[in-house]
Design a protein around this ligand. Structure first.
Ligand code: URA
Length: 434
């Protein structure tokens, strides 16, 4: 087999065989082929697409490029959750303890963020002392003993994705369903859980801008998960305005804690209950969604979900007290209220642009080497559909200093669009695909 023939075959719109796909992944991971050949094949895949069988073969070839977690020493069903990424997405931080409080084990591998805000690991490091670095044995022990753990993904898990993703990032080849599916699913399958629940975001702040594209991505991920023998469910959810009210690392942690204290309503809570019900039902812990939802709500009301979060924080080296007293989390020097000079109904808060404001405050990484400031970010006081009058506070900026806060406030105002009448309500949980 030679690479030029494989590239030409895909360029001409033909399906590649499993052997050809394995040849490419093995060779590229080992460094046998140069980046320019891999880039050419990736672009041909972007343009010509792949069949489900090819996407499955690509996922499995990537999975085999590195280590696979062995979770067999963990008793019972192990579940994992993945989101395709959104602004203000702190779901995992609240969801994992909600599930663990109901007896299903959450063994989660997470990454750091590049772009708008930090990833789940960056956010969790807002708890003083918290660490996601641990050996495989510590990870399985913690999941066994407490019911949950979050570990940072090691480079040994799917090294093919590490190399390919870096190349896709700089060659305009990120936006491709087979490439996204194989990238996400190879990592999820390598992480070893029995049940995988996927939150596929859809809208202006997501990879997939339309419901049709999000559905195609969700279906393909579910199919590949099932072909690999895992129970896989995908929820398609709206991501046009930021999720919840906080954008920024410690601020998002505070919001997740508030949810576990029963102080949050709206889309964020709805998302946690929906994803949570999928996990508990697929795991066989409860017979159906309504029983699973009721159990999740009970875990919030009786405080057991919050206790699970505190247990996890303590086990991973963090300050347990900071779960109960959020004054101990990183705090920005300056908090500036953004006052509205407009009036009307909020029809849009552009999630991507709000994410950029947070990044410019220091809450996200522009490059892999950038240091994140965990304390900065934005708290939205008004959301889409709310009425806004001149002189009302629409958000708070948490910044290093006044100058940066003022700059961010100006940029934030341009993320809003107003209309004279209330906008039509958009369905937040769009579809569940099994
Ligand atoms: N997230 C991933 O891990 N991979 C992609 O290709 C896109 C989003």
């Amino acid at each position: 087999m030679i690479m030029t023939e494989i590239i030409a075959k895909k360029r001409d719109g033909h399906a590649l065989s499993t052997e050809e796909i394995e040849f490419f992944i093995e060779g590229y991971t080992k460094g046998t082929f140069p980046d320019y050949q891999a880039s050419a094949l990736l672009m041909a895949i972007v343009i010509k697409g792949m069949t489900t069988a090819e996407t499955h073969a690509l996922t499995m070839a990537m999975l085999k490029s590195g280590d696979v977690m062995d979770l067999s020493s963990i008793h019972g069903i192990k579940a994992d959750k993945h989101s395709t990424g959104g602004v203000g997405d702190k779901t995992s931080i609240a969801l994992l303890p909600m599930i663990a409080a109901n007896g299903v084990k959450m063994a989660k591998m997470s990454g750091r963020g590049l772009g708008f805000t930090g990833g789940t690991i960056d956010k969790l490091e807002s708890f003083p002392g918290f660490s996601c670095e641990m050996s495989e044995k510590q990870f399985t022990d913690r999941v066994n003993n407490l019911g949950l753990a979050i570990a940072s993904q090691t480079g040994q898990l799917v090294p093919a994705d590490k190399k390919l993703y870096a190349l896709r990032d700089v060659t305009g080849t990120v936006e491709s369903i087979p490439l996204i599916v194989s990238s996400i699913m190879s990592k999820k399958l390598a992480a070893g859980a029995d049940v995988i629940v996927l939150d596929v975001k859809c809208g202006s702040g997501a990879f997939m801008k339309t419901l049709d594209d999000a559905r195609e991505l969700a279906k393909e991920m579910v199919e590949v998960g099932k072909l690999a023998g895992r129970k896989t469910v995908a929820c398609i959810t709206e991501m046009s305005e930021p999720l919840g009210v906080a954008v920024g690392n410690a601020l998002e942690i505070k919001e997740a804690i508030a949810l576990l204290k029963g102080e949050v309503s709206g889309n964020l809570r709805e998302l946690c209950l929906t994803l949570g019900a999928c996990i508990l039902t697929e795991s066989g812990a409860f017979e159906n969604h309504s029983l699973s939802r009721a159990a999740l709500i009970k875990g919030i009301e009786d405080g057991s979900a919050l206790t699970k979060l505190a247990d996890m924080v303590e086990a991973q080296g963090g300050e347990r007290e900071s779960v109960y007293n959020t004054e101990l989390l990183p705090k920005a020097n300056t908090v500036l209220s953004v006052v509205s000079d407009m009036q009307g109904y909020i029809s849009e808060i552009n999630a991507g642009e709000v994410g950029m404001v947070s990044m410019q405050l220091g809450g996200g990484r522009a490059t892999k080497e950038s240091e994140i400031d965990l304390s900065v970010g934005i708290v939205l006081r008004k959301k889409v559909g709310d009425r806004l009058d001149k002189g009302e506070i629409l958000a708070e900026i948490h910044a290093k200093n006044e100058e940066e806060a003022k700059k961010a406030a100006k940029a934030l105002l341009s993320c809003y669009k107003l209309s004279a009448t209330a906008p039509e309500k958009v369905l937040f949980i769009k579809e569940i695909i099994r």
